[in-house]
Design a binder for this molecule. Structure first.
Ligand SMILES: *Cc1c(COP(=O)(O)O)cnc(C)c1O
Length: 235
């Protein structure tokens, strides 16, 4: 487990990497730095909060709810970024501000119907399977427009943009190609739906953050470079 000092030093280093990438790629406004906190304790998350993090990404519902209870006195923006089982949509609609991993119609209508009306609309990103990997979640590029229209028709949802987890590669040219593909689907969506508040490209993790910033990421999702390598991954 990383210490408080490790976590604040890591966050300062990532902020410096973000600033350098924004300068290199002439980005006017930096992306939001989301801390991805699967497998991390509330104590580790508190250290990240003290270092300035306000956006938290979680993959597993029950784990997230436990940590939300421990961190209830903090003003945080909670993002759900993991696979969504339909029997979990109610709790997700009640306890999160954003969902980045939306990829089918049934999940869209359930999240809308289950979002409490006293809360602000739930912010939605459609997850795109940018490399057409059979093993991976996400909608095919050709299906994005149809699902986007469905999200926009739901009063308790607000479509913000697109998210992707491209195929793993160390080749920064290939990384950029994947992110550019997502950006081009996003641009097309903005043209087709000029009245929608489409402002979000959720892309870039520890190993490919700079490539994502080069291609226009507005939220980067960083886990291991903040908290250290993940010792165990849940199935
Ligand atoms: C785990 C995870 C991340 C963070 O990955 P790191 O490589 O640890 O930075 C980002 N996005 C999603 C969807 C994840 O599951």
């Amino acid at each position: 487990m990383s210490t408080h000092a490790d976590i604040s030093a890591n966050i300062a280093a990532i902020q410096a990497r973000i600033a350098a990438a924004c300068q290199l790629y002439q980005r006017q406004s930096p992306p939001i730095l989301m801390a991805v906190t699967k497998t991390r304790t509330a104590t580790e998350i508190s250290a990240a909060i003290q270092a300035g993090i306000t956006d938290i990404g979680e993959n597993y519902l029950q784990e997230a709810l436990n940590k939300q209870a421990e961190l209830a006195n903090q003003a945080l923006c909670w993002h759900f970024i993991g696979p969504i089982q339909t029997n979990k949509t109610r709790a997700i609609a009640h306890h999160f501000d954003w969902v980045h991993s939306v990829d089918r119609a049934k999940v869209i209508t359930r999240l809308n119907d289950q979002r409490p009306t006293e809360l602000a609309p739930l912010n939605i990103c459609l997850q795109v399977n940018i490399n057409d990997e059979t093993s991976k979640a996400g909608v095919a590029a050709e299906e994005v427009a149809e699902l986007a229209a469905l999200v926009m028709s739901q009063p308790q949802l607000r479509l913000r943009g697109l998210m992707a987890i491209p195929a793993n590669t160390d080749d920064s040219q290939q990384q950029r190609k994947n992110f550019a593909a997502l950006r081009s689907i996003f641009t097309e969506l903005q043209q087709n739906f000029p009245n929608a508040a489409l402002d979000t490209l959720s892309m870039g993790m520890s190993a490919d953050m700079e490539s994502a910033i080069a291609e226009g990421a507005s939220i980067v999702r960083i886990g291991s470079d903040i908290f250290g390598p993940r010792p165990t991954l849940k199935p």
